[in-house]
Design a protein around this ligand. Structure first.
Ligand code: HPA
Length: 281
């Protein structure tokens, strides 16, 4: 696809070589971009009719994920005829990455004029009613990353200043998705996502604190990308897959392996939900 002059004026010079590179590989304008959370790449890749698979290492400037469960490739293709791109793997702050690196995919989505972004993640359940395997639509977030979303790019910081933070996860889109899930018999929770940097999991004392904060699920990603994409005019949806339950009295230690293993079982429900969403956008 040819580069167009309709790129948003957001001054993100850092991603421009990546944008040119990806534009040359796109056959059609993607309708939606999806980011796969820890261990979720495989079930999401399985529902795509793949036309191109680009390792992140081949894309200029693209930050490479270093953790287990994050593959590191941009997958281009279609889901039921709808043009999509899947970011198979993401970069986290706990890898020592800069905020700019963490939001690289969101900047790319904006620069490619992709109108919608679905962010998925693996998350721990804080809400005592949640079960492992639940899907939760993120309604709002609590930012406990202790990392203000301040960028050296003044245009981006200005956009974030004007952002309606209560609508980062698009209310209109959420309403549509909730109605669809109900119609199709997909059990979908809604709740508040608490974002931390990790990398250690929460202590029982923190779990007590986080419940008081109103958190339903907790994870170590998603928020920076969501805020930046929304600030740049992309419609954002966030879906958490509950991989483990957190308790105020410790039952057992949470481990990254447990999270990845549980994510592997997310396949059928998550894939079904994503297909339904994409078919009714
Ligand atoms: N805490 C933080 N992040 C997570 C968890 C958790 O329990 N599970 C998956 N990601």
């Amino acid at each position: 696809m040819q580069s167009t002059s309709q790129k948003r004026d957001n001054g993100n010079d850092g991603v421009h070589s990546a944008v040119e590179f990806v534009l040359n590989r796109l056959k059609s304008q993607p309708e939606v971009a999806i980011v796969a959370g820890s261990g979720l790449s495989e079930p999401l890749t399985n529902i795509i009719t793949i036309s191109d698979h680009i390792p992140y290492k081949d894309i200029p400037e693209f930050p490479l994920p270093t953790v287990v469960g994050h593959k590191g490739a941009l997958i281009i293709g279609t889901i039921d005829g709808h043009s999509v791109v899947l970011f198979s793997g993401r970069k986290h702050l706990y890898e020592g990455a800069s905020l700019e690196q963490v939001v690289f995919s969101a900047l790319l989505v904006s620069e490619l004029n992709i109108p919608r972004l679905i962010l998925t993640n693996a998350a721990g359940g804080l809400n005592p009613e949640f079960n492992v395997g639940d899907l939760m639509l993120i309604s709002e977030a609590v930012n406990l990353m202790f990392r203000p979303f301040i960028f050296s790019d003044i245009h981006l910081s200005e956009r974030l200043l004007r952002l309606d933070a209560s609508n980062v996860f698009s209310k209109l889109w959420r309403e549509r998705v909730n109605a669809l899930a109900e119609k199709k018999g997909i059990h979908l929770r809604n709740g508040v996502y608490v974002a931390t940097t990790g990398p250690s999991y929460e202590t029982p004392a923190e779990v007590r604190f986080l419940r008081i904060c109103g958190g339903d699920a907790i994870g170590m990603s998603t928020l920076p990308e969501a805020y930046v994409a929304a600030a740049l005019g992309v419609e954002v949806l966030g879906i958490s897959f509950i991989t483990n339950l957190l308790a105020e009295i410790p039952l057992k230690k949470t481990s990254h392996e447990e999270v990845i293993q549980a994510s592997a079982s997310a396949g059928p429900q998550l894939a079904k939900l994503i297909r339904v969403i994409i078919n009714e956008m």
